[in-house]
Design a protein around this ligand. Sequence first.
Ligand SMILES: [Zn+2]
Length: 359
Amino acid sequence: MPQRLSGNHRPERAGALETRRQNRKAAWTRQAGPSAGPMLPCRMRTLVHSPRYECDIGPHVFPTRKYGLVLERLRQSGVLASCAAADPAPATAAQLARVHTAAYLDDFMALRETDRVRRSELPITASIRDAALLAAGGTLLAARHALTEGAAMHLGGGFHHAMPDHAEGFCYLNDVAVAIRALLDEKRIARAAVIDTDVHQGNGTAIIFQEEPAVFTFSIHQENNYPVKAASDWDIGLDDGTGDAEYLRRLGEAVPGVLDSHRPDLVVMVAGADPYEHDLLGGLALTLDGLRARDRLVVQECAQRGIPIVGVLAGGYALHVEDTVRIHAHTAVEVLAAVRGGSAAGAAGSEMAGPAHGE
Ligand SMILES: [Zn+2]
């Protein structure tokens, strides 16, 4: 019986496990890879968003309305005034084919409810398919902006359970993998790292890049939760109920190691809101302040090294959707603060000013 993201997400796995793969990928042959682009004097900030991410999935724990609500919160707080909003195009068939199998893509595009597609815990409709295609294009678009601007935020994406040959969880297309693979193919980057802080392990991303030395996958998650774990390059499985201090300590110990050992040209931060203490599908106990500190930690470690970062939203199932929206909005603010030449203090809006508040 497969685990379900929305159902019993407490598999019988005892204790926290921290594993670094024994067969660590061989030492990278550092090549004179393409640079991440010139330093720009401007303070461009880019938010990628599509109104088509909000689609009807029926009664469901996944709040697709969060996408529009995050944008609205950023607008109301004045953050959007200093940003360019970018509308993504769908990922192309060629880009998708570099990550997903032809058989799965055929079923998915034709909305055929085969076993490959039914592994998802979402319905499949044309609008849901199209939202997934746009989200894959959206992460790629945001990543392109990150490479030239230093940082960019995708108010969507993070579908990290999607596998090469089937859907999983609430994920049909692995937008993170599609974006990274496209940029590798284009030789815009030579190496990438995924820093996945969603409460659920990024099993799809781990599988997709398991044999790809150019991509380092890191996941910090609740061990005793969905999914059945795949081996990332570095996994930190946390005990149930882990709170801010322990979480931030473990993350703070790990992130510099990821960045300094792999020296990525791009970091994709999968910033799920579901490690939150009041999340319906998560069992960690981070506060609003703790989650914002999480994002700031990752962003600052990248910024100190001049590594471009793109943020994607991933999960978030708080009891009150307003909390999920607030967490995601804070992530956007922290990521955009890393824009070259920019600073949190220099940006407009109350979201940008000052520390997080546990409102
Ligand atoms: Zn999640």
